[in-house]
Write a protein that binds this ligand. Structure first.
Ligand code: ADP
Length: 672
């Protein structure tokens, strides 16, 4: 605490505190705070002057005033949004993700248009041709432009309409530019002025600026300079209010959501803040505690605003679907209050207890499972889905982005260390199992450290070319195996594809038959929907037993057990229907099921295969697990065909409309 020096002597103590109070008073006088804030701070200061500095209340009060002084009530990063530059930044830092980048650029473009459209300019010049030229140029930039032929007409128009900027010629008949400027400054103090003259001398320029002109341009007019000057003024004057819905990035971890958010901030020249909402349990964590509580502090939002020192950062609210279930207070209404520009104009932190304007903050949210969001919140959001990367995409991104980045971060240059494509593929397949890129990046980092060590020990010399053997040698035995490719085929065990919040996954469905009386046992912590899929699959197989060559009496004399291992996968959803049905047919006919054929499809009681979601993620999961074939419902075919070639070629795809049509694809041929 800068204002409070801890010392043994009480005398010095008081003196320091007095000087601290004096310095706060001086700061208060110098900086320009909004009226309500200023008066609250002054009131608090007066109160503190009456209090003995050794009591806790004094410290609490000092901390409070310090917060008020530190907060960016008016400080902001100037708007420097340039769409071409924004696009370049997004491309420089991210491979692919074209639809996301496009959507973000559209979003920013809309706001640029919105910003310039709302900016009103009055052009005053007695030469018609100049007037029209300037008006034409600025209208093309989407500003609202009106013209006047001299100062008198300009004053009449100004009396009736509101403008942000007046661009005026200096020499005009009747009321000239200087006089117009003086009158505007008196009668319309908020309006900015640009003076233009053919008689450019240093003196007139200085006088103009002294008189309050924002800028001074000389004839012949350089149109680019004019455009730039107007843009600067419009950006300085107008906060970049974000129009439209709140963007919500969804998708598995490591697919680039945070990093795109960071690039959006960089593209806009703004500060970036990431706030994790995961497991947030108390409204007070966001909004702070009232100062009457012992140890009260401001909430996270106000604390972060204080830290960055500007009131228009980009704030990424991460994992808003993970706000703790036991959240005290109503998470949706707090989130809406923070995110809605109408409400967040006066965001109230309980500790600060003065409304703080958050409406210039650009909020971006992320969620793994947006369906879990409260409806009122979901309605205000535009969902931008990020999806898993294929092995090919991962390889490309690793080669061009992740490896060079990690190599640099480890003090080397990409010319000195080179990962071969085969080495990268080996890291992707044998050492990571993920939808995104986090572990891949981490493993590349680990390899860079190991190589650095070898270089220092003079075991290798640069340039180092890393191949598959080096990866195995440095990272140790492979951590993942191709489960689907390597497990043996068995009767009653099939490979399914599911979609979880961390991307697609494979599961094995195991079935067993034992003597009994027709019971179905379902285990593996299954949800209700999956249990019903199990029932439906059994009823279907039973009803069609003769078609599949199954002895119908088996059902009365046996119990059937369906088990889905893999403990960490949440098991619900209808898409395992066909996988269970085929497992049962395999079990009851004794024909082993091919493990490298993975499938996903909802099953109707009549054996029709109904569409599922997450096809892209599931294909990629099948590829990762080493499956050769993936079966999906026929109704998913049209959508699937629109996927990128990398994904379509990842495994052999098969589209089915009935269970019977895929039996021979999955099961081994019957013994002759
Ligand atoms: P998320 O926020 O979705 O969990 P991150 O943004 O943290 O994911 O991404 C993990 C890492 O992968 C980061 O280093 C990021 O830069 C990198 N990354 C993700 N997607 C891409 C991409 N398309 N191109 C380049 N790098 C990427």
């Amino acid at each position: 605490m800068a204002w409070f020096k801890k010392t043994e002597e009480t005398e010095t103590h008081v003196e320091n505190d007095n000087s601290a109070l004096t310095s706060i008073r001086q700061t208060l006088e110098q900086i320009h705070l909004p009226a309500q804030v200023q008066s609250t701070a002054e009131k608090e200061l007066k109160r503190l002057e009456q209090i003995d500095p050794s009591v806790a209340e004094f410290t609490i009060g000092m901390n409070y005033i310090q917060l008020i002084l530190d907060l960016p009530w008016t400080q902001r990063t100037p708007n420097t949004l340039d769409l071409d530059q924004a696009e370049a930044i997004l491309d420089r830092e991210h491979a692919g993700l074209q639809h996301i980048k496009d959507r973000i650029l559209e979003y920013l473009a809309t706001n640029v248009v919105f910003l310039s459209q709302a900016f009103r300019i009055l052009v005053v010049d007695d030469e018609q041709i100049t007037r029209e030229n300037i008006s034409h140029i600025l209208s093309k930039e989407k500003y609202q432009v009106q013209t006047a032929q001299d100062g008198t007409e300009a004053m009449d128009i100004l009396a009736e309409h509101t403008f942000d900027l007046v661009i005026t010629d200096l020499k005009m008949e009747r009321v000239d530019g200087m006089e117009l400027m003086e009158r505007v400054k008196q009668e319309k103090p908020g309006v900015e002025i640009i003076l233009i003259t053919g008689y450019a001398t240093v003196d007139t320029a200085v006088n103009a600026l002294r008189g309050g002109a924002a800028h001074y341009l000389s004839k012949p007019l350089n149109l680019d300079v004019l455009k730039r000057t107007v843009k600067d003024i419009s950006q300085r004057r107008q906060p970049m209010r974000m129009a439209g819905p709140i963007l919500c990035f969804t998708g598995p971890p490591g697919t680039g959501k945070t990093s795109i958010g960071r690039s959006v901030a960089a593209a806009m020249g703004r500060q970036f803040i990431r706030l994790s909402m995961g497991g947030l349990r108390d409204e007070a964590e966001l909004r702070g505690h009232r100062r009457t509580y012992a140890g009260a502090m401001p909430g996270r939002i106000i604390s972060e605003m204080r830290r960055v020192g500007v009131n228009n950062p980009v704030i990424m609210l991460d994992e808003i679907d993970k706000i703790g279930q036991d959240f005290r207070g109503d998470p949706a209404s707090v989130m809406l209050e923070v995110l809605d520009p109408e409400q967040n104009k006066a965001f109230l932190d309980y500790y600060l207890d003065i409304p703080f304007d958050l409406s210039d903050v650009l909020f971006i949210t992320t969620a793994n499972m947006p369906e879990n969001l409260p409806k009122p919140l979901l309605d205000r959001m535009e969902i931008l889905p990020f999806s898993s990367y294929s092995v090919e995409e991962k390889k490309r991104i690793a080669l061009h982005y992740l490896a060079p980045k990690q190599i640099r971060q480890h003090g080397q240059s990409p010319e000195h260390i080179h990962f071969s494509e085969a080495a990268l593929e080996c890291i992707i397949k044998d050492y990571t199992r993920e939808a995104g890129l986090r572990n891949l990046e981490r493993e590349i980092g680990a390899l860079c450290r190991k190589i650095n060590r070898r270089i220092l020990k003079k075991e290798v010399t640069t340039p180092v070319e890393l191949n598959v053997e080096d990866v195995h040698d440095l990272l140790g035995p492979a951590r993942f195996m191709s489960e689907a490719a390597q497990a043996g085929n068995l009767p009653g065990v099939t490979t399914g594809l599911v979609w979880t919040e961390s991307g697609g996954q494979i599961i094995f469905i195991e079935t067993a038959r034992m003597r009994g009386n027709g019971q179905l046992i379902l285990t593996g912590s299954l949800g209700d929907v999956l249990r019903e899929s199990g029932q439906t699959a059994l009823s279907y197989v039973r009803s069609q037993a003769s078609q599949f060559g199954i002895d119908e009496t088996i059902f009365e004399q046996s119990d059937i057990h369906v088990h889905i291992p893999a403990g960490n996968i949440p098991k619900d959803g209808p898409s395992a229907g066909i996988t269970i049905a085929i497992a049962l047919i395999s079990l009851l006919t004794g024909r082993p099921a091919k493990r490298d054929v993975a499938m996903s499809g909802e099953l109707s009681l009549s054996g029709r295969v109904l569409p599922v979601s997450g096809v892209r993620e599931k294909i990629l999961a099948a590829q990762q697990a080493g499956a050769r074939v993936a079966i999906f419902p026929k109704q998913n075919e049209r959508m699937a065909k629109t996927l990128e070639d990398d994904v379509l070629n990842a495994v052999e795809l098969y589209f089915a409309d009935s269970v019977s049509s895929v039996i021979d694809v999955v099961l081994e041929a019957p013994e002759p």
